[in-house]
Each structure stands twice: as structure tokens, then as C-alpha cells.
Design a binder for this molecule. Structure first.
Ligand SMILES: NC(=O)c1ccc[n+]([C@@H]2O[C@H](COP(=O)([O-])OP(=O)(O)OC[C@H]3O[C@@H](n4cnc5c(N)ncnc54)[C@H](OP(=O)(O)O)[C@@H]3O)[C@@H](O)[C@H]2O)c1
Length: 429
């Protein structure tokens, strides 16, 4: 029997929670007609009842008691927008009480997504998590549905807005890392404690979610190789540009014959690549499927309204499903355990910046170190020497990482090289 009103419990009324309430107020009529049912937020869990909110809500909706929402039999849908891992108990309780769950919580879905989705299936319910990756950009639904016919070969994403904002300012405005970070914090694009973003951890969580769907696999966070951007120097960004590249923090997932390859690291991206044009706080995901070819999704990767837009879209889906009794308890993939290829075995091209003694034989020594390990050079530039030192920048052709690392060991021992200043991977496509 069709319901007349869908009652929702909201856990959290911070940035995203306020965006959701705002959208329901702004586009209420449209949401109702698309959902085919009226949607009413019955209760909202917060920590502080007195706090000033970014959206106007009836104060009687607020509570600090989670049980008041979770135990309410009239509430069919829980929207979890508190964040953190402690909220897992609320999500599990909601599913056991046969409620649908919508969440924007990447930490939770990356670390406990598969067991939570199984719990949902076992209770004839579902978890919707479009907002957990890419804010307002549709990524989860395309991977689950629109690209479902494909074997996904590769995902390459710019999925952290903070780092992309910093790298864009460094590249386009010649800023140093510390200044670009301070600017990002002042403008609300970086948190006061930005460690998870800068070190690539946030992007790695999101990669776990995307790769899980793309490769029908249970992806564990500790199988992702993670490097952040905090050591990037403006000098390298300038050289990259001179060579025809920009520097981006990439999340890369690939399914190879030997297994999954999962990594987050800064990389030089050709200026002609579609991801090179993804600037400031925007995010994008580039997907290669064996039927569709290459597609790219682009847009705002965070923020109250973009993220709220994904949450409310999930709510419309839940409402349709509840009303028409479809898709309940269906899992989008079987989340198989797959082998992960160690980083050492993957092939990468590298950018290297060195300080060399201004003396004869340095190039020959370098060439020798690389050729010993079968690493071939693609580009090389040397800047005019100063005080007996010359700066050399080179880019290699792709070779196994272990071969490149062995070549680096030879170079470190070579007396003509004074310091290895920077090493970054390079992608070509
Ligand atoms: N912000 C974004 O742009 C964005 C984008 C994509 C995904 N997300 C994800 O969305 C989720 C929410 O993020 P947010 O930025 O909206 O966070 P936020 O602004 O910090 O809001 C969190 C809300 O949860 C409430 N809360 C937290 N712990 C609580 C507790 N123990 N008991 C009761 N209430 C509690 C807070 O109450 P008080 O207000 O009373 O303190 C607040 O209203 C996170 O999982 C985040 O990763 C955020």
C-alpha cells in the first residue's frame, strides 16, 4: 500500500545537514513530485540545541537523543550527516530496525561499506551514499547503474578539493605551498586541521568506495598506496609546466591481469589531458570502460548545497523505492576479495629533479645508472649552473617502479649527484 508521507530522521545539522534542509525548503514541491510522495523531516539529532544554524528550522525538531529518532517506528529513512566512525552503531541499529539509510560519510563507507551493505540486504533495506564521494557530482549511481554494462579498466580521479585548490593556486598564481594552504583555510576550502586532505587519506577513502563498485571488490584502505602533497615545491610545478604538464593529486584504480592497483599520489598530468583543466576546488573522475570508452564526470566536490543535492537525490530514490516496493535489499555488487598488485610491480613514468656537480661525465653517469636498470629517458633539461651546481630535470619512460627505484639507488651513490630534490610519477593518458 502506498504511503502518503515519508518521515525522515536527520542525524546532524552541520554543513551538509543544513544544505539538505535548505534544498527541501527551496525545492520542496519539485522533490515531492519527483518522489511521488511528501517528505517530512520529523526529527534532527544535534549536539548543541542552542547553536545558531545556517538554515531556519523549527527548534522543536531538534533533539540530542539519538534513540528518539532511531526508535521511532514512523521514521522510515535515516539520513546520517554526522560523520566519523562512531556513527556506525546508529547505522546498524537503523538497518536492523528496517529503516533505509542515506549517508555522506566516506570514512564509514570506505572502512565498513561492504558489511553494512550486507546488513542492509539481510534486513531487506539499502544504504545510499552518493554524497560520500565527489559532493554534488554523480559518481556512485553512474558506477552502479549507467556504466553497469562495462568492465571498468581504470579510474583516475581528482577527488579532494582542498589539495586541488592548493595545487591550482601554486600553478596558476606561482604561490608557495604554505601560502596556498593558508589561503585555502581562509576561504573555507581547507579545514583548520587539514592533515587527512594533504596526506591523501581523504582521497584514499573515496578511492576505496569507487574502486569497490568499479571492480566488484572489497577494497581495504590499507591496500591503497598513499602519498600526499605537502612536500611539493613550486619550483617543480614550474618545471612541470615547462615540460607540458601540470601537477595534480590523483586517485588511481586499475584492474590488471595480476590484480587491482590502487594508489593516491601527486602526478604530472599532460596539459592536454581532460583532468588538467580541473581547477581550484572542483573534482573530476575519469573512467575507462571496455564498452563505453572514456568518460569524465566533473563538478563541485564538496559544500553544503552540492553535497545536499546528492543527499536529496538519494532521498527521492528511497521514496520511490518505498512507495513502489522495489530494489529493497539489493546489493550493487558482490564485493569479492581480489588480489592487490604491490606498487613495486606497477609501471610508472617518473619526473626527477637533481642537483649535480658542474663537472664532465654527469650525464654519462646518469644515463649509465638508468640503462643498468632498463629505464629509458624521455626528456631531460639542464639549467645554467650556479656556484658549481647544475639543476637537472628529467622524465623517464614507463618502467616497473622497482627498476626505477634501483636506478635511484645507483644515482644516490654517484659522486657527480649532490642531491635528489624531487621525484614524482607522470601519467600520459
Ligand atoms: N562538508 C562537506 O562539504 C562534505 C562533503 C561531502 C561529504 N561530507 C560528509 O558529510 C558528513 C557531515 O559533514 P559536515 O561537514 O556537514 O559536518 P559538520 O558540519 O561537522 O556537522 C556535523 C553535525 O553532526 C552533529 N553531531 C556530530 N556529532 C554528534 C553527536 N555525537 N551527537 C549529536 N550530534 C552530533 C553536529 O551537531 P552540532 O551542530 O550541534 O555540533 C553537526 O550538526 C561527514 O561524513 C562528511 O565527511 C561533507
Amino acid at each position: 500500500m502506498e504511503k502518503e508521507t515519508l518521515k525522515v530522521g536527520l542525524l546532524g545539522l552541520g554543513t551538509v545537514g543544513s544544505g539538505v534542509m535548505n534544498i527541501l525548503q527551496m525545492n520542496g514541491e519539485q522533490v515531492r513530485s519527483r518522489a511521488g510522495i511528501s517528505i517530512v523531516v520529523k526529527k534532527i539529532l544535534v549536539r548543541d540545541l542552542k547553536k545558531e544554524r545556517a538554515v531556519e528550522v523549527d527548534p522543536s525538531l531538534l533533539t540530542t537523543d539519538a534513540a528518539e529518532i532511531l526508535q521511532d517506528p514512523e521514521i522510515d529513512v535515516i539520513i546520517e550527516l554526522m560523520g566519523g566512525l562512531a556513527v556506525r552503531q546508529y547505522v546498524e541499529e537503523a538497518l536492523r530496525l528496517k529503516k533505509f539509510v542515506i549517508t555522506a560519510n566516506k570514512d564509514l563507507m570506505a572502512t565498513a561499506g561492504a558489511p553494512l551493505l550486507r546488513l542492509a540486504r539481510d534486513n531487506g533495506r539499502n544504504i545510499y551514499y552518493e554524497a560520500s564521494v565527489g559532493g554534488g557530482i554523480p559518481l556512485i549511481r553512474p558506477l552502479k547503474h549507467s556504466l553497469g554494462a562495462n568492465r571498468i579498466l581504470r579510474l583516475v580521479g581528482i577527488i579532494n578539493g582542498t589539495t586541488n585548490y592548493i595545487l591550482t593556486r601554486m600553478d596558476l598564481e606561482n604561490m608557495e605551498f604554505a601560502d596556498a594552504l593558508a589561503e585555502a583555510q581562509a576561504r573555507g576550502f581547507a579545514e583548520q586541521d587539514p592533515g587527512n586532505d594533504l596526506e591523501g587519506i581523504d582521497a584514499a577513502y573515496k578511492l576505496c568506495i569507487l574502486a569497490g563498485l568499479a571492480f566488484n571488490s572489497q577494497v581495504h584502505f590499507d591496500t591503497v598506496n598513499v602519498e600526499g602533497i605537502s612536500n611539493i615545491k613550486q619550483r617543480d610545478i614550474l618545471y612541470a609546466r615547462e615540460l607540458g604538464f601540470t601537477v595534480k593529486l590523483l586517485a588511481i584504480g586499475e584492474e590488471k591481469a595480476e590484480g587491482l592497483a590502487l594508489r593516491v599520489h601527486p602526478a604530472l598530468v599532460p596539459l592536454t589531458h581532460p583532468l588538467a583543466g580541473v581547477l581550484y576546488e572542483n573534482n573530476a573522475l575519469y573512467v575507462e570502460g571496455n564498452a563505453v570508452g572514456e568518460v569524465m564526470f566533473y563538478g563541485p566536490g564538496a559544500g553544503a548545497m552540492p553535497t545536499g543535492s546528492s543527499v536529496v537525490a538519494d532521498l527521492i530514490d528511497v521514496a520511490r523505492n518505498i512507495n513502489h516496493q522495489v530494489e529493497n535489499g539489493i546489493m550493487e555488487t558482490d564485493f569479492l576479495d581480489k588480489k592487490v598488485v604491490p606498487l613495486e610491480e606497477l609501471e610508472s613514468a617518473f619526473y626527477l629533479r637533481l642537483l649535480a656537480a658542474d663537472q664532465p661525465g654527469v650525464f654519462a653517469g646518469l644515463a649509465n645508472a638508468f640503462s643498468k636498470e632498463k629505464v629509458s629517458l624521455d626528456m631531460i633539461i639542464q639549467k645554467r649552473s650556479r656556484e658549481g651546481e647544475a639543476e637537472i630535470v628529467l622524465v623517464t619512460h614507463p618502467e616497473k617502479e622497482k627498476n626505477f627505484n634501483a636506478a635511484l639507488t645507483h644515482i644516490q651513490k654517484f659522486s657527480g649527484i649532490k642531491a635528489i630534490k624531487s621525484v614524482y610519477r607522470v601519467i600520459r593518458k
